[in-house]
Design a protein around this ligand. Structure first.
Ligand code: TA6
Length: 287
């Protein structure tokens, strides 16, 4: 299927990875076909809202470090704890562009993935359909629609947004006060008191279906993360040691990023009857 690209959307290839570059008066951005991976978004004349590691892999089959990876059909190692690849096959699979348009300076790309596009994952039903709509303007709206085929479908999902911040040590995440969470560092279940602040490695899955706001004092920016049909918000910063342990993450880059992820994970996995569709939506806006 050949999609005609409208003015404002161009195609480019980097290291064998096909991508669509968006340049309109409302936004600049980049979306790789591998993983339907939004790697950059800058509203209007502003700086990029999404963080991308200077060390990221940009090679077929390797996940891109930064932007908004799509985690599907499992999160992390999955509920069994041994699923590979980490965060599911969708983020390293080759999606298919099915629509591209620009309306009032807002660029919309729609990409699809089916079981036929993925080598693999043993027991995951092949006849699912995942459709991802990226709407890039002064806001970034991401909608992941999953439709079950003839078999029931049970999956986790996350839009694993890496936000660019001035200094994580001066960031507050507002909106999680009172929310229960799984602290993945010690496996304990805890309750958030007040805003989330960062003083060490932070890796938490909050039970939260509402809006959060990332207050980036050093960067002088607030990023609002609103969502639909997502029961979990994941907050992550690797801090020093973990950053140094990742080959695709600069040793000192940890101060400049904060993940606030829109998810349905762990006990909030989605179960679909045959033919049923679930749509998870995340919207980023800058204040
Ligand atoms: O969302 C947080 C997390 O699950 C962390 O535990 C860390 O593993 C991060 O995702 C990045 O995962 P990746 O597989 O991209 O290195």
């Amino acid at each position: 299927m050949t999609v005609t690209l409208p003015s404002g959307i161009t195609e480019e290839t980097t290291n064998g990875l096909l991508a669509y570059r968006i340049e309109t008066p409302a936004a600049r951005g980049l979306v790789y076909v591998q993983g339907a991976h939004v790697a950059g978004w800058a509203p209007g004349g502003a700086d990029d809202v999404l963080w991308l590691s200077e060390k990221t892999f940009l090679e077929p089959g390797k996940p891109i470090r930064g932007g908004v990876p799509i985690c599907f059909p499992w999160f992390g190692p999955g509920r069994s704890g041994d699923q590979q690849p980490a965060h599911g096959f969708a983020r390293v699979a080759t999606w298919r562009l099915v629509d591209a348009r620009v309306d009032d300076d807002v660029a919309t790309l729609e990409l699809e993935l089916t079981g036929a596009d993925v080598e693999k994952a043993d027991d995951f039903p092949q006849d699912f359909l995942a459709r991802y709509r990226v709407r890039m303007g002064r806001e970034l709206e991401l909608a992941l629609a999953v439709t079950a085929g003839e078999q029931p479908l049970d999956f986790e999902e996350a839009l694993h947004s890496y936000l660019s911040v001035g200094d994580i040590r001066q960031v507050r995440v507002v909106g999680l006060d009172g929310a229960g969470y799984l602290d993945k560092l010690d496996g304990e279940r805890k309750v958030q008191h007040g805003d989330v602040e960062f003083t060490s490695e932070t890796d938490r899955v909050y039970r939260c279906s509402g809006t959060t706001e990332v207050v980036d004092q050093a960067g002088g920016r607030r990023v609002l993360v609103t969502k639909q049909h997502s029961d979990d918000t994941v907050v992550w910063n690797p801090w020093v040691d973990k950053s140094r342990a990742m080959p695709d993450f600069g040793d000192d880059e940890w101060t400049g990023m904060c993940c606030v992820e829109t998810a349905n994970a762990l006990g909030d996995a989605v179960s679909l009857a045959p033919g049923e569709t679930h749509v998870m939506v995340a919207k980023l806006s800058v204040g």
